[in-house]
Design a binder for this molecule. Structure first.
Ligand code: PLP
Length: 256
């Protein structure tokens, strides 16, 4: 990497520290420790939970430090932001995941480079993805997003719509259904948050009978990943605990 590639803007120094690699290493160690302790509490093996670091708003040049600190999978909410970064980081070996809502007209960008997609929530989108992948002779790991909080602002299928949806997924041969994904209620009331995770787990148990591939549970973020692990999460999507507080408000990602 060149000096130019790793030059930090003053606001980036403020957010990530003068030595972002050290910052990310320390944050990662702390998140790892919390994951290990949640696994121990739940009697689960650490290897049963995958940490997916979420890098939205982290600039591409700063992501070079994250990569140097040992992070090689990045999850992005918005496809445009992911594409821009991927272009800047083309020399690094990175697994890209898209975890946010995708418009059908953006499908071709995603299939070009993403390894997995965590926000599948309509048959129209499944059909578009599948057609595109047929043309490119590719495959994509997908997670079906379910709205477990009942909030209108959250994307995802209504829980009652899941099983019929799952039955039709099998016809899309280019999609590899891996599991279910949810965003819990944004609340400090952990009883309410936990209820969302329990619901997703119960839905997964039912869905497994319909589609053998749907075993994973992508749930848990900075504010609630330990509770998610206690309730069975197999993928936790963690951003701010690793990369610091985001400058953008949450409603930029989850419109009210
Ligand atoms: C941003 C984001 C996360 C991570 O949120 P943090 O609060 O930064 O941990 C998880 N899932 C999705 C879909 C996101 O967009």
């Amino acid at each position: 990497m060149t000096d130019h590639d790793t030059m930090l803007a003053p606001e980036d120094v403020e957010r990530f520290g003068a030595d972002p690699r050290a910052t990310f290493r320390a944050n990662l160690a702390s998140v790892e420790d919390r994951i290990a302790r949640a696994c121990a509490r739940a009697g689960r093996a650490r290897s049963s939970v995958r940490l997916l670091p979420i890098t939205k708003t982290v600039p591409a040049n700063v992501l070079r430090f994250a990569h140097a600190a040992g992070i090689s999978a990045f999850g992005e909410n918005k496809i445009q932001e992911a594409m821009t970064k991927r272009e800047s980081l083309g020399d690094l070996d990175i697994d890209w995941s898209i975890v946010g809502h995708l418009q059908t007209n953006k499908v071709k960008y995603l299939t070009r480079f993403a390894r997995e997609f965590h926000a599948l929530d309509s048959l129209r989108l499944a059909d578009r993805l599948n057609k595109r992948l047929e043309r490119e002779d590719g495959f994509l790991d997908v997670y079906v997003q379910v709205n477990t909080s009942g909030e209108e602002s959250k994307y995802g299928l209504h829980p009652d719509a899941l099983l019929p949806f799952v039955d039709t997924l099998a016809q899309f041969q280019r999609l590899r259904p891996r599991g279910l994904m949810t965003l819990a209620l944004f609340s400090l009331d952990m009883t309410e948050v936990r209820r969302c995770f329990v619901l997703l787990r119960e839905l997964r148990d039912k869905a497994v009978e319909h589609n053998a591939g749907l075993t994973e549970l992508s749930m848990g973020m900075t504010g609630d990943f330990e509770v998610a692990i206690e309730e069975g999460a197999t993928v936790v999507r963690v951003g701010q605990a690793i990369f610091g507080k985001r400058p953008t408000p949450d409603n930029y990602y989850w419109p009210a």
